[in-house]
Design a protein around this ligand. Structure first.
Ligand SMILES: [Zn+2]
Ligand SMILES: [Zn+2]
Length: 557
């Protein structure tokens, strides 16, 4: 019906008015008119003002708006309200289950300005603290956003890790005795997955192919050559490549590395091996040390593999402690003591670095100077109690617009270490954002640069920075760079780890935990760190308690 765009514009106008708390009577009449116009049995286009004002639910002032819309394609009032509303906030009003009133609270009280941040906040349990929100609403919003994200076909590694492994197990049950392995992005431990590739090597390729095609293991199954494609219930595309067992390792090699990598390896081979018995053999034949799947991006690590100088990649068990975490003192869910006991007894770690938000982060209950001092008393007390396990006094200090940190020096010097992060004014251009970070990096109290770009994967790009300048500044000022392990962040991006390591910069795998389960995100931090080629000697939180204590002392001294 031609009236749809008119109704939509009126509805948006009423929503924006509600968001900005314009006269409630007017809001109701415009919303009502939008509804009526949508249902009219005739188009409003071509009707005169006099005809329109007689329509039930329209009246003089709305008739004028409709005429304005038809004449100019918009309404001045709508444009003014749009200009006063961040684009992301308008977008949030389109999410199922939250109307303008809730969006207003999300925007003003929680400081959230787009869908990505909102999703992140749901996962951090931040919504339940806002007026009129409960656990149930938070969960509904989270689901609605996930549904939207899935519709563009891309998933975070963490979102599909379990489903992918379950699918592989199912396949193994279906074809006992066959060879199976993931290929593609998932096997390379990419942070974003757009397709799940599985290589299947069986004694009889045709039988396996046919029974897969008939199975209900995937939705919308189709066949193409020796590929079976389909979808998982969450919408992730799956591609199963069926080959004879003897061709398995060659196919696996071909399906794992990205195109540039596969080509680079093949180029080094005098003659191609037809049916290798392992992937190792392929690399040997190419004169290379075996390359773990996560390193098979482009030709980045090829020269090192040739020189037998690949790094011994970091593993989860190398981590001895965890830095950058939030407790109930700011926006976390668990107390410091609960977090410490979890780290000591469940995760078997040696130390915990607390980094609650600093005072500018008002939406996250950032700590005033007074509360910092109180928290330090609590930590001193707990450290006496915890017998060998150590809680370090840290803070996640906001980097202010001009690059300065959030407390005076007398307070900054009281911390064992400081993570400096940007949380506000994310829309700077590259030059300004880079200068802002560098100023913070040059601050003698900065120990770690937190989530360097502020990105939220699949939902917020993060501010543009000159990576080389920022990393060089960290090298010059002996500032550690965080690999934020939250699966939405994974920031510093793994593509820059080598540059940082080459410059002598140390990295730190920080979970940014806001509750005990959040510590487990270090798993995802380790995954991207491996992709970046990190090894334990260059990872801050792989230091033992004694070593890191020394490290902090040196930095401060
Ligand atoms: Zn942060
Ligand atoms: Zn944080």
């Amino acid at each position: 019906m031609e009236n749809k765009p008119i109704a939509r514009a009126l509805r948006l106008l009423s929503q924006l008015m509600e968001l900005h708390e314009v006269n409630p009577f007017k809001i109701r009449s415009i919303a009502n008119a939008a509804f009526k116009v949508d249902k009219l049995p005739f188009p409003v286009a071509g009707k005169s003002f006099e005809e329109l004002e007689k329509v039930d639910g329209v009246g003089k002032s709305i008739a004028a708006k409709i005429i304005e819309l038809l004449d100019t394609g918009t309404m001045v009032e709508l444009q003014e309200l749009l200009a006063a509303t961040p684009e992301g906030v308008v977008e949030m009003m389109g999410i199922k289950g939250i109307g303008p009133k809730k969006v207003a609270i999300i925007w003003h009280d929680l400081g959230i300005e787009n869908t990505g941040e909102l999703y992140y906040a749901c996962n951090e349990n931040r919504l339940i603290e806002a007026k009129g929100f409960g656990l149930k609403t938070q969960e509904e919003i989270r689901k609605a956003i996930e549904f939207r994200m899935a519709s563009n076909g891309k998933f975070l590694y963490a979102q599909i890790e379990k489903e992918a492994n379950d699918l592989l197990d199912q396949l193994k049950n279906l074809f006992p005795g066959a060879l199976f392995e993931f290929g593609g992005e998932f096997r390379r431990l990419c942070e974003i997955i757009s397709e799940l590739v599985i290589v299947l090597g069986s004694r009889d390729q045709t039988i396996a192919f046919d029974s897969l095609l008939k199975s209900e293991i995937l939705n919308n199954i189709t066949a193409n050559g020796n590929h079976i494609s389909g979808e998982m219930p969450n919408g992730l595309l799956v591609d199963i490549v069926c080959v004879e067992k003897r061709d398995f390792y060659k196919e696996l090699f071909l399906q794992t590395g990205n195109d540039e990598h596969v080509a680079a390896v093949i180029n080094r081979m005098a003659d191609v091996i037809d049916q290798p018995e392992s992937e190792e053999l392929i690399y040997t034949k190419a004169g290379l040390e075996f390359m773990k799947p996560e390193l098979r991006e482009d030709d980045t690590f090829i020269a090192r593999a040739r020189d037998n100088a690949l790094p011994k990649l970091i593993s989860y068990n190398d981590l001895k402690g965890t830095l950058h975490n939030h407790s109930t003192w700011s926006d976390g869910v668990n107390t410091i003591e609960e977090m410490a006991l979890y780290c000591r007894d469940t995760l078997k770690l040696e130390y915990l670095g607390m980094c609650d938000h600093s005072k500018s982060a008002f939406y996250a209950k950032g700590l005033s100077i007074e509360r910092v001092l109180q928290q330090h008393e609590e930590i001193d007390h707990l450290n006496k109690k915890l017998d060998g396990f150590k809680i370090f006094k840290g803070i996640e200090s906001d980097i202010l617009n001009d690059g300065s940190l959030d407390y005076p020096d007398e307070i900054l010097k009281k911390f064992d270490f400081i993570v400096a992060s940007v949380h506000s004014n994310l829309k700077m251009d590259e030059e300004k954002a880079t200068a802002r970070l560098i100023k913070a990096i040059e601050n003698p109290y900065t120990t770690i640069l937190g989530h360097p770009t502020g990105r939220l994967l699949l939902s917020r790009k993060g501010y543009p920075i000159d990576y080389k300048k920022v990393i060089d500044a960290c090298a010059a000022n002996k500032v550690v760079i965080e690999i934020n392990a939250n699966p939405f962040r994974l920031d510093l991006d793994w593509r820059w780890h080598q540059y940082a390591l080459d410059k002598g910069v140390i990295l730190s795998i920080n979970p940014d935990a806001h509750r005990n389960e959040g510590f487990l995100d270090m798993h995802y931090g380790v995954i991207v760190a491996r992709k970046g080629g990190l090894y334990k000697e260059k990872c801050l939180n792989a230091l033992s308690l004694q070593e890191i204590q020394q490290y902090f002392n040196n930095k401060k001294g």
